[in-house]
Structure formats: structure tokens, C-alpha cells
Ligand binder design. Structure first.
Ligand code: BJW
Ligand code: ZN
Length: 248
């Protein structure tokens, strides 16, 4: 691992780039991250609002939490880092994939299209029991009586909670991109993520196995920082446009 402050990521017309983002990329849009002081998990047990057991115990509490998140995300705007990532995609086309753990929808609003939301999205609702397809939903606040499916069960946000499987279609896209990138110049860039939640935290190792040069742009030292070739400290709104050579 090397500490690099004034370097540009080498990207030419053959390079494939996989960007993984976390809550830190939306911090400069005014959205709270999860961990650390002032974070969404600060002072409250995660399982109460982000697990199927928490939802079963108190669906009203969970909907209150996600209603606030919808309100805040809906009022936020993409920042220079979201825009730089979207600009890179426009240059690279199919040689690019964006994998986000964020559920706020800001990457799509910045123009990203080759986008995999591995933890779901705030902007869809689904049944907590049956296979009725998820549907677009921007309603807030969601208050009692809580919405129910035609099967009788409560509706819930279409978000991947702790202990739940990621949608195999999303992980398949990540695997496929990694396989296609093998043998070509391949860059893996993680932005604004603490490297604590799996499987996302292990993508850096997977990318290395597929021959990637790995970069991390984060404010604080991430838990998995040692797995990266290059670590750049600072706020994503400044570091990401600079690393990608794109004006914010
Ligand atoms: C800035 C900045 C600025 C600030 N600029 N940077 C292997 C080992 C151990 C455990 C497991 C394992 N595999 C699976 C597990 C279990 C579990 C897990 O990972 N547990 C860990 C806690 C150990 N994983 C799961 O359950 C996953 N499911 C799964 O794997 O299924 C199979 C399975 C199940 C059970 C056992 C084994 C296998 C599902 C995980 C779903 C996580 N969902 C959440 C909540 C819902 C979304 C929501 O409500 O929004 O998703 S958790 C929460 O953390 C959220 C985030 O997407 C996720 C990651 O957080 P992120 O984005 O990294 O945010 P922070 O706050 O942690 O960090 C922000 C960073 O930004 C900081 O470092 C700052 O410095 C930085 N920053 N400002 C740049 N301006
Ligand atoms: Zn149902």
C-alpha cells in the first residue's frame, strides 16, 4: 500500500474500471454515513432498523427510519464525486461498471447508468413475505396504518438488510465484469466506504485476483485499507475528480 496524494489513476482507451462506492461519497451531499460520530448507526442498535428481525419486531420504527431517509435523500443533490464517476462512465462505456452500496439514488440522478445497487434502493417497496415484484415508491412519511400487500403481509423498503442475501442478479453482474476485465488493464476504485460490510468489503481482494490495480479514496482509514495498492485520503468531492482527471 502506498499513500498517494497528487496522482491520477492511469486510465487509457483499453482500461476497464470498476468503481465501488459507499455512504462517504454522499456525505458532501449532506447525507449521514452509517458509522462513526453522527452516523446513522451512532447510538442505536443496527439490528433494530436494518434486519428482518427488527422489522418483524417493530415495522413502524423501521418505516419511520426509512421515511426520514427518503426525505433526506430526496432533498439532496449529487455532488462533484457522483458527477465525476458519471462522466468517467460516459467516456468508457461498457468498459465501466459502478457498484454502489448506497440506497440514496444519487448516482442515477448524476447520470450513471451502468449501475448496480447491491444493497437495494430507498425508492422501491416490496412485500415482506410474497414474491410480488417490487414497485417504485417515493412516498413519505409512511405512517400507520402501514401499507400491506394483497397477501396480507406488511410492505417493506426494497433494501438488503443484515443477514439477507444480495440479489444474485447484482452479484452476477459484478462477477461477470471482473471476469471480462481479467487480462486487460483493470482499475478497481473504492470510494467512501469503511470496508466493514460483506460481500462489498471483499471486492478489493476479488479484483486483485482478477489482476486489478486497486485504489481507495476515503476520508478515514478504512478497515480493509491494507488490501489496496493506493490509498488517497480526503473528501471524495475533491479526490475523485482529481484522481479521474475530471473537473467537478
Ligand atoms: C468519506 C467522506 C467524504 C465520510 N469523502 N469518504 C463475511 C464475514 C463476516 C460477516 C459477513 C460476511 N459475509 C456476510 C456477513 C454478514 C454481514 C456483514 O457484512 N456483517 C459485517 C458487519 C461483519 N453481511 C450481510 O448480512 C450481507 N448479506 C450477505 O452477505 O448475505 C449472505 C450471508 C448472510 C449472513 C452471513 C453470511 C452470509 C448484507 C449486508 C447488507 C448491509 N446493509 C446496510 C443497511 C441497509 C441499507 C440502508 O439502510 O441504507 O447497508 S448496512 C450499511 O453498511 C449500509 C451500507 O451500504 C453498508 C456499508 O457502509 P458504508 O457505505 O461503508 O458506510 P460507513 O458509514 O461504514 O463508512 C463511510 C466511510 O466514508 C467512512 O470510512 C468515512 O471515513 C468515509 N467518508 N465522508 C470520502 N466526504
Ligand atoms: Zn405479499
Amino acid at each position: 500500500m502506498s499513500e498517494t496524494q497528487d496522482i491520477r489513476i492511469p486510465i487509457d482507451d483499453r482500461t476497464r474500471v470498476l468503481v465501488l462506492t459507499g455512504a462517504g461519497i454522499s456525505a458532501e451531499s449532506g447525507l449521514a454515513t452509517f458509522r462513526g460520530t453522527g452516523g446513522l448507526w451512532d447510538g442505536q442498535p443496527v439490528e433494530r432498523v436494518a434486519s428482518p428481525e427488527g422489522f418483524a419486531a417493530d415495522p413502524e420504527l423501521v418505516w419511520r427510519f426509512y421515511s426520514r431517509r427518503r426525505r433526506d435523500a430526496g432533498a439532496a443533490e449529487p455532488n462533484a464525486a457522483h458527477r465525476a464517476v458519471a462522466t468517467l462512465e460516459a467516456r468508457l462505456g461498457d468498459r465501466f461498471l459502478l457498484v454502489t452500496q448506497n440506497v440514496d439514488g444519487l448516482h442515477a440522478r448524476a447520470g450513471s447508468v451502468r449501475l448496480v445497487e447491491i444493497h437495494g434502493t430507498l425508492w422501491r417497496t416490496r412485500c415482506s413475505r410474497c414474491m410480488r415484484p417490487p414497485f417504485a415508491d417515493a412516498a413519505f412519511p409512511v405512517e400507520p396504518p402501514l401499507p400491506r400487500c394483497t397477501c396480507g403481509a406488511f410492505m417493506r423498503p426494497d433494501i438488503v438488510w443484515f443477514g439477507e442475501m444480495l440479489d444474485p442478479a447484482t452479484t452476477h453482474r459484478v462477477d461477470l465484469f471482473m471476469r471480462e476485465a481479467m487480462g486487460a488493464p483493470f482499475i478497481f476504485l473504492a470510494v467512501g466506504t469503511s470496508g466493514t460490510v460483506y460481500p462489498a468489503a471483499s471486492y478489493v481482494q476479488l479484483a486483485r485476483l482478477h489482476g486489478a490495480q486497486t485504489w481507495l479514496a476515503n476520508l478515514d482509514p478504512a478497515e480493509n485499507a491494507g488490501a489496496f495498492d493506493h490509498v488517497v485520503a480526503g473528501p471524495a468531492g475533491s479526490t475523485v475528480p482529481r484522481l479521474l482527471g475530471i473537473d467537478g
